[in-house]
Design a protein around this ligand. Sequence first.
Ligand code: ADP
Ligand code: MG
Ligand code: MG
Length: 250
Amino acid sequence: MLQIKNLHASVEDKEILKGINLEVKAGEVHAIMGPNGAGKSTLSSVITGNEAFEVTEGEIILEGEELNELGPEERAHKGVFLSFQYPVEIPGVSVTNFMKTAINESRKAQGLEEMPANEMLKKIKEKAELLEIDRKFLSRSLNEGFSGGEKKRNEIFQMAMLEPKLAILDETDSGLDIDALRIVANGVNKLKSKDNAVVLITHYQRLLDYIVPDYVHVLYDGKIVMTGGKELALELEEKGYDWIKASLEK
Ligand code: ADP
Ligand code: MG
Ligand code: MG
């Protein structure tokens, strides 16, 4: 699904990612953990094509196709999803209407016809039921007065509707409360399948009590310095990140 080879990336001439190698197969959930400032959010931004970062070396490959030269929209249309953080409130535009527009714009960019209204409604109903989202929520204005949990619910609903091949969820700085944590975890657990993959970026081990990853990677100073199974997350919880630094200096 995703191959990252010797990825180096900079912002304002400062190298942040210093040679990342990562392979994610369909059906897998990978967690990327690491201390603040390690480059986790940079990695998610670079995979999704955020133009604030410059890739200076290496490749990002999705299903055999190199993405390096593609913009964020094109990558999204190829099935890469980064939990949209639309902090903007859009009064008068409901969660549902925003989603309808997003779906149809994505289809248009792929040369497809608009989704017929009845099919769209059916899909919205089906995904809302799966995620236990009530009708009232769907008719609310986008982000207007949303709590942290409601913002997460909206993101997970977008993910469910867009059915990405590769979902990247960066939960590092969002200050998830327990409610929001469960929403994300339930959503991911319900939406993961043998045909898609999830990269979950998180500073906290807590989220991994609810989503069991196949692999845990530790990102430290722009490099993946350790890879393990779910037990690695527990070890990090117990020991923090300092022992990694110590073991690297040996
Ligand atoms: P993490 O998500 O692991 O906490 P980030 O990827 O956000 O780490 O940041 C990694 C490093 O890159 C930090 O030193 C941060 O200050 C720097 N950085 C990130 N984005 C920018 C930017 N837009 N401009 C300048 N420096 C940045
Ligand atoms: Mg940070
Ligand atoms: Mg971050």
